[in-house]
Write a protein that binds this ligand. Sequence first.
Ligand SMILES: [Zn+2]
Length: 457
Amino acid sequence: MNMRICRWALLVALTCVLHTSAIRVDFTYHHYDEVERVLREINQAYPDITRLYTIGRSAEGRELWVMSIAGVQDRHVLGRPEVKYVGNIHGNEAVGRELLLHFANYLASRYRLHRNVTEILDSMRLHILISMNPDGFESSVEGDCRGVKGRGNSNRVDLNRNFPDFFEDNSYPPRQMETQAVMAWMQERQFVLSANFHGGALVANYPYDNLPRGVKRKRLRTGASMYNTSPDDDVFRFLAMTYSYSHPTMHNSHKCDNSFTDFEYGITNGADWYTVKGGMQDFNYIEASCMETTLEISCCKYPSERHLPDYWQANRRPLLSYLRMANMGVRGVVSDELSGEGISNACVFIEERLHPARSTIRGEYWRILLPGRYSVIVVAEGYATLLRENIVVNSTEIPRVVDFVLSPAGGSTYYLSHYERLCEEAVDDTNGSTRRNRYLDLTRLKRAWRGRDHAAA
Ligand SMILES: [Zn+2]
């Protein structure tokens, strides 16, 4: 009995210690200096599980602050996914930025106290870019629900139209400092899952955002649907619905006052809503195999701060549920049979999905997949291509770990050589042009897949 009282007293004391170090984040809009102050406070209060770093500067010289949070913070753990949340790419869409600041504090302060938070932070490392467009935010006006003042950066460039586009040329205007910083950040580490936050609607939007120009024109002429299906459409729909159904109203096809569009289940394919050239989510998926969605979380772009507690209540659970999806699907390591070393830049295809994930420098790969049975094809330069069938994903919560050991070069079947060619293009591609050709080539490749049994025989 005494022992039990002792243990209880210890727990209370420990909780008190943890709570005295808790940071209070007010429900007000935090401007640039205040964001930095709050992030530093969180970092000081939870130094073991948070890290504060900057990925570069805005055009006016403001730092692009990122807070990373994880159970093991100071290094990458083999096989553990890196995930990211990006706020405020449109400077005048302010709710996401504030929610992410609260979310960083919420996660850090509940680690080891709250089971869901602990499981998340023990299974991934989250990187939160509070504001991708701090200059735009500083020139925006609270209460401006529909305007565009502050949308772009200080050069008035819309950053969500400023990424390389793989369906049409997007070399003008030149890449902005903020865009370059995010691109370099993505090159440094392979992110597996991501979301970026917007305002002005209530919907979870998923790739593709754009279409090849010719296809766009033809569809406009004929009135055909603009829906542009990516190879991972099922996964994207699930990710978008994970957010919309965890949210109290997003899934109800809630229509904002200024909108004519109904969103079934609170989700939409990007191009089906309106096409976007140079958007960040297509870039994430096509360039980096990072599954990113665009989350529109407030009808008013920059609502009065008295509404912030309601937005936090509505989005806290979706923010958590969405992160858990990083653990869904197949992951593992691709390695060399002789040396045992990881193979970097191997392409990991899921059969019938003509889009590779590339392995990291340590040979790790991740594919977010819904429960089901899959065939996985691994292609790496100098190695025999490997096909493994009947890989079963049972759960949306627990990753299926499958490692691939490749042996030095050997021939492959006609059918597999299509994947080899796709991999070669994906690795070589520097300007997106071969990817455009690849997109237009999909029909032919799909036909090849269907005929594979004959061709391989
Ligand atoms: Zn936006």
